[in-house]
Write a protein that binds this ligand. Structure first.
Ligand code: 2P0
Length: 352
């Protein structure tokens, strides 16, 4: 029995991936950039085993066995990892065990709600790829492994590295230049914290995979975004990260979240991921930044919200402001049944 366990964290995009130019290879219509969260709360942990007694490849997610569909994403990732084992290890060192010929059993656990817009597929496929890479003792660097994680779920390619990570869309039809690169390591800007506000932990209505293809087929705004918005934002936010310029980082992050949700609304039929509570959190952070931007208060933004394919908010902020932001959120959104309406958006009885 050969066995390896690894874990991978979720990543939260500042420049959003939304749309594929190749649905089989998972090649995106635009580049994206994310922060890999480095604490223990939002991770997938995956154990892979290879043994001569196994009669087929099998997979368990959170303790429940799932089918591995022939030709599907999971089957592709496993096949690609076996191919790398054969090419990079067994063909080089002929005395190495021929693990590539054995079936594998894979068990993966998330320590957070699955499919609630908290990027469970990203950490899941990253952990799967990393655990098979460990099982197979592959010499491949993370960028090379990201080509395989990408074929499991696009955003997974960014979870193989820490810190600030870009996924370059690439231009080749083969997809060999569509991989993740680290813009800055986790040690570069440890002052930035991420506050996750779980608005709802139920499964989302429209999956990212089907939602983004509907956007590709129907949204004129997406075409504008791909050509005229994202390339400049990728450049500017990378510079802001390297310069540790939070004000600029926040401005771009919030603008890109809002454009991503605008593109969802521009889809036919439209897709809604945020709810009234999500929008109220935006109002709170916008107001917080409006005050911070006053010259007498320093003239710089102190927080940035971003929303993925679900209603949950992620708020990025420098450590110095986190306590204040938590008090603000706890004040306006108490944990019990009553929802306070900070800006009178929802009438006298809250969201009802
Ligand atoms: C992102 N999202 O960049 C964007 C922002 C959701 C909103 O990546 O079809 O689950 O598996 O490649 O990776 C969600 O897309 O989609 C996503 P597939 P994935 O994080």
């Amino acid at each position: 029995m050969f066995i390896a366990t690894t874990s991978a964290p979720v990543n939260i995009a500042c420049i959003k991936y939304w749309g594929k130019r190749d649905t089989k290879l998972i090649l995106p219509t635009n580049s994206s950039l994310s922060v890999t969260l480095d604490q223990d709360h939002l991770r997938s942990t995956t154990t892979s085993r290879a043994d001569a007694s196994f009669t087929k490849d099998r997979l368990w997610l959170n303790g429940v066995e799932e089918d591995i569909k022939p030709g599907g994403r999971m089957a592709t990732c496993i096949a690609e990892m076996k191919r790398l084992r054969k090419e990079l290890v067994e063909n080089v060192d002929t005395s190495a065990p021929t693990l590539s010929t054995l079936f594998v059993h894979i068990a993966s656990y998330n320590n957070f709600p699955t499919a609630a817009g908290l990027a469970s597929s990203a950490s899941g496929f990253a952990a799967l790829t990393a655990s098979l890479a460990a099982l197979y003792a592959l010499p491949s660097p993370p960028t090379e492994l990201s080509l395989i994680a990408r074929q499991g779920s696009g955003s997974a390619c960014r979870s193989l590295m820490g810190g600030f990570v870009a996924w370059n869309a690439g231009t080749l039809d083969s997809g060999v230049d569509s991989h993740a690169v680290q813009i800055a390591a986790e040690t570069h800007w440890p002052d930035i914290h991420a506050l996750i506000c779980v608005v709802s932990d139920t499964k989302k209505g429209t999956s990212s995979t089907s939602g983004m293809q509907r956007t590709v087929e129907t949204s004129p705004l997406l075409q504008h975004r791909i050509k005229h918005v994202v390339p400049q934002r990728m450049k500017t936010i990378s510079e802001a990260i390297l310069a540790k310029d939070f004000d600029r980082f926040a401005e771009i992050t919030m603008a890109d979240s809002n454009q991503f949700h605008a593109v969802c609304l521009d889809t036919s039929p439209p897709i809604f991921y945020m709810n009234d509570v999500s929008r109220a959190i935006i109002a709170v952070i916008e107001e917080y930044n409006r005050v911070a931007l006053l010259p007498e208060n320093g003239g710089k933004r102190k927080a940035a919200y971003t929303y993925d394919a679900g209603p949950n908010a992620v708020i990025y902020a420098p450590a110095a402001h986190i306590k204040e932001i938590i008090s603000l959120i706890a004040h306006f959104f108490p944990q019990q049944e009553t929802f306070k309406d900070p800006f009178g958006l929802f009438g006298p009885n809250g969201i009802g």
